[in-house]
Design a binder for this molecule. Structure first.
Ligand code: MF3
Ligand code: CO
Length: 252
């Protein structure tokens, strides 16, 4: 059973999401050629703390991982899809950087991700970003009462296919709010009209992850996940509340 959130609870997730959105703006604005990933991580950590919040990923152990996560942000480069650990790597011209992080504020969680090109990127990389962003935008539009969970997955997969890209297998979105990961699992594929009926009070982290090559992912020794054929991947995510008035993005 999914526990629906009250309008007051949605307000609190929104307060958390506003902090996240602001920190995202600053951190993504600092991501340039020559900048190292650890700097971005410590910047995010400091800004989140300054806002009176906690980084949601620090110390969190995602399913499939042996160890708790050691940083505040995931910074995943090129073929790495998720859980890239910020290290001394310096961003290079042409890199595709995925930033993914969450915030816990007064007990309420929000989660978001984006992909950005560093300097001049290839045409295919730019197209991949466009397709993944479009998949998220369209998925959010379908996240309204009366639709089913399958509608969200359907539109994400359909958008990937339209561009000749693949959704990566084995990674999904999720319910969110009281915990970072709650029910339901939000698959990036599905059939319209199938799956759970969407109701006001549901809060979902919708997160399409697309690859230009293989849909298969492999886990690396540092527990990050990369495409099996090392092809480029992109990821966008917002925390979205389903309300009687339609979808409401909480992570701006
Ligand atoms: N990337 C995951 C999500 O968006 C959460 C990260 S788990 C952590 O749902 F281990 F990296 F913290
Ligand atoms: Co998420």
């Amino acid at each position: 059973m999914i526990k629906l959130k009250s309008p007051e609870e949605i307000e609190k997730i929104s307060a958390s999401g506003k902090i996240l959105g602001k920190v995202f703006q600053t951190v993504s604005g600092e991501a340039k050629v020559g900048v190292n990933l650890k700097y971005l991580d410590s910047l995010a950590f400091g800004l989140i703390k300054e806002a009176g919040a906690e980084p949601a990923f620090l110390g969190y152990r995602p399913s499939g991982a042996k160890h708790p996560y050691r940083a505040s942000i995931c910074a995943s480069i090129n073929e790495v899809v998720v859980h890239g650990i910020p290290n001394e790597y310096k961003l290079k011209n042409g890199d595709l950087l995925k930033l993914d992080f969450g915030v816990k504020y007064q007990g309420f969680y929000s989660d978001a991700a984006l992909t950005m090109g560093i300097g001049d990127i290839s045409r295919i990389a730019a197209l991949l970003i466009k397709a993944t962003k479009e998949a998220l935008d369209k998925a959010i539009k379908t996240a309204k009462p009366g639709n089913h969970l399958g509608n969200i997955g359907f539109v994400i997969n359909a958008t990937a296919k339209k561009y000749g890209f693949k959704i990566v297998k084995g990674l999904t979105g999720h319910g969110i709010g009281i915990k970072l990961h709650e029910e339901p699992t939000v698959y990036n594929f599905g059939k319209r009209g199938e799956g759970m009926l969407l109701k006001p009070g549901m809060v979902l982290a919708i997160e399409p992850m697309l690859s230009i090559g293989s849909e298969k992912i492999i886990q690396r020794p540092d527990e990050s996940w990369a495409t099996a054929d090392n092809s480029l991947s992109a990821h966008f995510e917002h925390t979205v509340a389903i309300t009687i008035a339609g979808p409401k993005i909480l992570t701006y």
